[in-house]
Design a protein. Sequence first.
Length: 364
Amino acid sequence: MKAGIVGLPNVGKSTLFNCLSNAKAQSANFPFCTIEPNVGVVNVPDLRLEKLEELVNPERVIPATVEIVDIAGLVKGASKGEGLGNQFLGNIRETDAILHVLRCFDNDNIVHVDGSVDPIRDKETIDIELQLKDLETAEKKLDKVKRAAKTGNKEAQAEEAILLQIKEGLESGISVRAITIDEDARSEYVKPLQFITDKPVMYVCNVDENSAVSGNAYVEQVREAVKDEHAEVLVLAVGTEADIAELDDYEERQMFLADIGLDEPGSAKLIRSAYKLLNQQTYFTAGVKEVRAWTVNIGATAPQAAGVIHTDFEKGFIRAEVIKYDDFVTYGSESKVREAGKLGVEGKAYIVKDGDVMHFLFNV
């Protein structure tokens, strides 16, 4: 599962990517600095994992991860191949969620591709190009479906109605994710087409250091503009985060954060938010050899969770022993949880909860 960082050239995408990953994407004050997408695998910050490590004292600890992709900046006309448009649109189609970076700070020393700071205009530039590309996809599919619909094919007629609704929405400047479509129809007709504007999105407002805690007027404009999109807005002083990330000393980093009014790096909040945006959650395994965070989709069953460890675990699944994270912390060990009668034995229908500590029994 991948989240792609997108935005106009020079809004702070590569600097943000550098904050989030150990990879060092080139960052410079000119457009198209990023040409090939940079990919980073980022650890998901989780205090629960640290607590389990403290209680179990394992030989090693492995956190959950999320994949972040830094994609080339997009310009007007990208849907027609302008700039690096075709490459950009191809790269973003391969991601599962979008982190849309908007410049929400003034700085005469950092050029803006359109000559002035206006996050709403920037957002609309990106939206229009993505919507135009989706419109192209919808029209191509519609041409095929119409022929079948004319023959009286009920399935084709139902699909035609949905595609016409999408076409009208896109022509009105509405992204696919914001068009009201029945969930069954969305699953059957919309999801297979992989519309770019159907991907979940989070708007990252890149602000100056003084606006890191409460945002600024630009951020308020963004919040107002996206209020009907069901999208999260996250405020991040990307340049400041980059400076903090360069510090090796933990106490120095904490002092820096405290000075600007933060209790943790904003990048940590962004990673956790991206993880949720991708519909991901965490369960844990905890033993003396290893304490580990495993990633599963929200709504996954116990056998599906077992399959993340090994496909044989899912095929031969018998049952899962489940300890709630809070119970593990309260009693301090698996054996004490068992003694207290707080260990649950669950079958194939069990839906995994975020934070479950699990042990699987299987037979191959």
